[in-house]
Design a protein around this ligand. Structure first.
Ligand code: 1PR
Length: 528
């Protein structure tokens, strides 16, 4: 059986292809309107903006064959914007009509919670369907969206999900089905949904409509710091307070792709690769890193973040690369998000000095094209102790961990180039500025806690998460399960990241999740 993929040229569809190929099926990408007419099973993943998607569908002459295909009730699977496309219109682009195959509109979330809705959330099945055969009742799927569909006919609603309000998270009309969540990023449950679509079984279900409220899960992120060792091989390394050398050698804790696959199998909700010497290499020429992403995305079906060297630069041939081109290369290779470290500090400093958005910074450029959810800011702060808060320009906190000379106050100094250089800006001010510039998430490291196994820096995490409305990923210092519980119960962090305990096999991801289960909301994935 061949599956036709409708790629209208926006965003990264590699992971959808990878997921279908993982099920042993061939994918053919539609290259002309006739390919849609000829298709036997059509998958339509959508990313980006509703208006630009509809414009491209018109330009390519895809609208008519697509409508014919849908009216013929041939198997169709839409994902995210591919679901929105089926409706009459979207308030994201009210002047442009959708396909109008299903009566209803697409509306923005009306909630106090942060929008976009990003992360793993549950589904409440409303109707029996083979699409959700073999899916456990408390399974979670990966969402990333600001708009959701509002169908007129309740009969088409397959599942609902709660995020401030209850919204429709999948629909079905005959053989036409579509999900708001991303099966290609939803681990084995997502692959199961794809398989159910591709190889339909009996229309089974749980009988009654489910009415429990679904909840967004706290995420566990496995982080792989990657760099070339002295022999030139790309290895996963790990520092103690950012020093990755032991007896002069770069610590080698394993191979990036193999470790990422292990963590996926153990139930990691996301994987982050940080190219820790990216700031001094030419990232686009760093082909091994792109290859790591390509290979990982073939086997790992949760969101992948790549950081290190996301900035504009001039290569050895004097060719100038914009940060957008660098990021695009990573997205094409399988990344879902890019993480910006040093460059974010320089950008924020300039923004804070002038009060003006230039529109051409990496944060603004990448978030405007790929969406804010694709831009993570990685902050590498270090504590600076002071005797009194007076005369300080920085965001100062009263600390419960006094300094070396008994100081009761501190601020969190941002650093660049892997902690090598301290900058005048503090982490709280930086996070706020980056949010204003369009960043979608903060990855908050701590040089003081990195590799120490002594627990997350709760004071730092609270200072930053209280100052921003975008999700904060707490990082550095995890040494046992209790540290994860502490960070989720004592701070506003939406995700917790760890490296050393996973690499040194002191604790697998599933052990952390088992411990957290029933204490905080987590995704079951990977647990026995
Ligand atoms: O500045 O945009 O090129 O990005 C460089 C990226 O590399 C940044 O995200 C920066 O945090 C990271 N980085 C640079 N040097 C190091 C280093 O260790 N020498 N690693 C480094 C940062 C911190 C976390 C680590 C957690 C958890 N590593 O990634 O995984 O602290 O560790 P733990 O659980 O073992 O405590 P740019």
């Amino acid at each position: 059986m061949e599956i036709t993929l409708l790629d209208y040229g926006a965003g990264n569809v590699r992971s959808v292809v990878n997921a279908i190929e993982k099920l042993g099926l061939q994918v053919h990408t539609a290259a002309c309107p006739e390919d849609i007419t000829r298709a036997e099973k059509l998958v339509f993943p959508g990313v980006g903006n509703f208006g630009s998607m509809m414009r491209v569908l018109h330009e390519k002459g895809y609208v008519e064959p697509l409508l014919e295909y849908l009216r013929a009730d041939k198997p169709f699977f839409g994902i995210c914007l591919g679901l929105h496309a089926l409706f009459e219109k979207s308030l994201e682009a009210p002047d442009i009509a959708g396909l109008g195959f299903i009566a209803g509109t697409v509306r923005r979330f009306e909630t106090q919670l942060s929008v976009p809705h990003i992360g793993w959330n549950g589904i409440n099945i409303q109707k029996n369907s083979y699409l959700f055969n073999n899916i456990a009742e408390d399974e979670k799927f990966y969402f990333v969206h600001s708009y959701h569909v509002v169908p007129e006919d309740p009969e088409v609603v397959l599942t609902k999900t709660d995020y401030g309000e209850s919204f429709v998270s999948s629909i079905r009309a005959g053989n036409i089905m579509a999900t708001q969540f991303h099966p290609e990023k939803s681990g084995s449950a997502g692959l199961c949904v794809f398989r159910n679509f591709l190889e339909p079984g009996p229309e089974s279900g749980r009988g009654a409509k489910s009415t429990r409220r679904t909840k967004l899960a706290k995420r566990i992120v496995a982080c792989l710091d990657v760099r070339a060792n002295d022999e030139g091989d790309l290895v996963v390394t790990k520092g103690d307070q950012y020093d990755v050398r032991e007896k002069g050698e770069v610590r080698n804790l394993g191979k990036p792709v193999a470790l990422a696959r292990d963590y996926y199998g153990q139930g990691a909700d996301e994987i982050a690769f940080l190219n820790i010497t990216g700031f001094r290499d030419f990232p686009i020429e760093d082909l091994p890193m792109l290859e790591v992403l390509r290979q990982t995305s073939r086997h790992v079906f949760v969101p992948l973040t790549i950081g290190g060297g996301i900035l504009g630069y001039k290569d050895a041939n004097n060719r100038t690369w914009s940060p957008l081109e660098v990021a695009a290369e990573y997205f094409r290779s399988g990344a879902d998000k890019v993480s910006i470290g040093s460059d974010a500090v320089y950008i924020a400093e300039k923004y804070l000095e002038t009060g003006k958005k230039t529109g051409d910074s990496s944060i603004e450029l990448i978030s405007s094209v790929y969406g804010s959810q694709a831009v993570v800011i990685s902050i590498d702060p270090r504590r600076v102790y002071v005797k009194s808060p007076d005369k300080e320009k920085h965001h100062i906190i009263k600390t419960g961990i006094p300094g070396p000379n008994g100081e009761a106050f501190c601020w969190f100094q941002c650093t660049v180039k892997g902690g090598r250089e301290g900058r005048p800006v503090d982490a709280v001010t930086l996070a706020r500025a980056c949010q204003e510039l369009g960043a979608g998430e903060i990855l908050l490291n701590s040089i003081d806690r990195d590799g120490t196994n002594s627990g997350f820096d709760i004071e730092l995490i609270n200072a930053v998460s209280d100052a921003v409305s975008i999700p904060v990923i707490a990082s550095s210092g995890a040494g046992c399960e209790e540290h994860f519980l502490e960070v989720f119960t004592r701070t506003g962090a939406e995700a917790a990241l760890a490296a050393g305990i996973f690499h040194r096999r002191e604790m697998p991801v599933d052990q952390v999740k088992k411990y957290l289960y029933n204490k905080v909301e987590v995704r079951r994935g990977g647990m026995l």
